[in-house]
Design a protein around this ligand. Structure first.
Ligand code: NAP
Length: 340
């Protein structure tokens, strides 16, 4: 068993880590950390638990610590807010820890892998160019994960020229307590700070090519517009894609349902089907489909062809599982398997 610490353990993503790591076959939680406000309290008192399963027994009374690199552990999962994550993660890296981060701070650094294992686990090898005591591997922003997973079979079959995406993002994506109720009840809030930029830059890095130990970003154009909607979990994305080669809708649906790039690795958090195509005309829906594959499956629907090279579809991603903690844990499982 590898011992793991969680930074930001009291937040919404931190809670998902705690939930998903209960009874994990490779990892056991040895430390929980958060801000000074939570430090020195038992976890059950420090956390405003917002998940629909109880707090796991083994962490209930664990004392929350400050985010200082003094833990006895092998790996660190970071669920810290992006505006403070950078320097804290650096302290851990410099002290020799391997960090798997959800935060944006280091995602676009040249020698930092930005990984969704089913799409680009090969990019993880660039950790070898990090000349620090420890290492850092990041996972993308939650909307980007759903978008890029759904785009991957289309990119492989027909090459992508241009992408336009409009997001309808869940409340849990803003953390706890998140958005003011007066902004979202009876409303769609049409702005999420920094989100559009993240989608537009991260997607090209993930779908880029690994060349001599560095990533050359993909060259397609991408445009995003992001909205917060009154849904608890699950980001729905409306995507328009222009391909370079003439596309075939039935071939794409087949490729989505047969997308199993990690099958031979047998990783505990990898769903049998990372992508699923839903053929009913009113799908996917957040409340009905966000938990497919234990929250690790991205569902796609309404794939429509407008012309030889233009398509539209909807994609749904569980933002705190596949879009955050679940992806980071899958990255750590893959890292264990690859042993860089
Ligand atoms: P959150 O609910 O606001 O939780 C933030 C966590 O960070 C809490 O544990 C908080 O501890 C801790 N924290 C805040 N300030 C701190 C400080 N100065 N020092 C140490 N710890 C501090 O946020 P979240 O939604 O879980 O998001 C966490 C990270 O994941 C962010 O970088 C976010 O962008 C990223 N992310 C989130 C989602 C999502 O769907 N929510 C998806 C993908 C990525 P206290 O409780 O003690 O304040």
């Amino acid at each position: 068993m590898k011992r793991v610490a969680i930074l930001g353990a009291t937040g919404l993503v931190g809670q998902r880590f705690v939930q998903l790591l209960a009874n994990h076959p490779y990892f056991e939680i040895s430390a929980l950390a958060a801000s000074n406000m939570s430090a020195a309290k038992p976890y059950k008192e420090a956390v405003a638990w917002r998940l629909d399963t109880p707090i796991p027994e083994n962490v209930m009374d664990m004392i929350v610590q400050e985010c200082k690199p003094t833990f006895e552990c092998d790996y660190v999962f970071s669920a810290l807010p992006s505006d403070i994550a950078g320097p804290i993660e650096d302290e851990f890296i410099n002290a020799g820890y391997t960090v798997f981060s959800n935060a944006a701070s280091h995602r676009m650094d040249d020698n930092v892998p930005l990984v969704i294992p089913e799409v680009n686990y090969q990019h993880m090898s660039i950790v070898q160019s990090q000349h620090t005591n420890g290492k850092i591997i990041t996972n993308p922003n939650c909307s980007t994960i759903g978008l890029v997973m759904a785009l991957k079979p289309i990119a492989d079959l027909f090459d992508i020229e241009e992408v336009h995406v409009v997001t309808m993002q869940a409340l849990s994506g803003a953390g706890y307590p998140g958005v003011s109720s007066l902004d979202v009840v009876d409303n769609v809030y049409p702005y999420i700070n920094g989100e559009e930029e993240k989608i537009m830059t991260e997607s090209k890095k993930i779908l880029g090519n690994l060349n001599n130990g560095s990533i050359k970003p993909a060259l397609f154009d991408i445009f995003a517009q992001c909205n917060r909607v009154p849904v608890v979990d699950g980001h729905l994305l409306s995507v328009f894609v222009k391909t370079k080669k003439p596309a075939d809708v039935e071939q794409i649906k087949g490729a989505i349902n047969n997308f199993q790039p990690l099958k031979t690795f047998n990783l505990p958090s990898a769903p049998e089907h990372p992508l699923v195509y839903l053929s009913q005309k009113d799908t996917p829906q957040p409340r009905l489909h966000r938990n497919l594959g234990r929250g690790m499956t991205v569902s796609v629907g309404q794939l429509t062809q407008f012309s030889e090279r233009s398509l539209r579809f909807l994609a749904l991603v569980h933002n705190t599982i596949r879009g955050a903690a679940g992806c980071a844990i899958l990255n750590a499982e893959m890292y264990e398997t690859m042993r860089y």
